[in-house]
Design a protein around this ligand. Sequence first.
Ligand SMILES: Nc1nc2c(ncn2[C@@H]2O[C@H](COP(=O)(O)OP(=O)(O)OP(=O)(O)O)[C@@H](O)[C@H]2O)c(=O)[nH]1
Ligand SMILES: [Mg+2]
Length: 205
Amino acid sequence: MGVGRMVEAAHAFMLGLVSFVQTPSHVVLVGLDSSGKTTVLLRLKYGQYVNTLPTVGFNCEKVRAGGAYWMVWDVGGAERVRPLWRPYTRGTDALIFVVDSSSDDERLEEARLELQRLAKQQASQCASLNRPRPPMLILANKQDLPSARDIHSLTKALGLNDLQECQSWTLAAACAVTGEGLDEAMEVLQQLVAKSKKVTKSKNR
Ligand SMILES: Nc1nc2c(ncn2[C@@H]2O[C@H](COP(=O)(O)OP(=O)(O)OP(=O)(O)O)[C@@H](O)[C@H]2O)c(=O)[nH]1
Ligand SMILES: [Mg+2]
């Protein structure tokens, strides 16, 4: 075996070891139907665009993104299955709320209501579990579409500034079809998760 091959094999072994040792953060993808959750999950997993069908039930994959390992749970967003978000998001390390940036006013209002409902649910769940609220990444997906709204307009339409102060959140633009913006968004989320875990640790000391 040449030196190059040996270095490659050692690198692969180390990556495998790190992935085995590092506990991945638990993160749940939520958001309205067709916002692009499963496309995001499969892009993170395979690094390419994969065609999807509406999710019935859930998907789960271990991925590496933004410099960290994640166990990503992807739940259906159709109205009748949204009640399932509650058990999936219980005790999670982080949340990703995916929004179709090209939505019309009515769909954005629906997304705003679901987001506010989720934030409230998290507040009461976390109070009962005596743990801080998990950070939330609001992913402004489908930025490739001509009708996509920018971050500023989405912040307003989704009422993000109305989220309570103790909810740590970030908004990032992305396109799951090309993958643009995804890794950067996951890196910011990872920083928020690390901060939140640090606070929990120091509280428990
Ligand atoms: N143009 C564009 N289309 C996207 C993007 N992300 C997802 N889509 C498309 O949006 C449609 C719905 O994507 P899914 O990933 O299945 O949506 P979902 O949020 O998982 O939907 P449910 O499982 O029903 O909740 C598919 O046709 C995707 O190809 C994007 O960034 N840009
Ligand atoms: Mg889906």
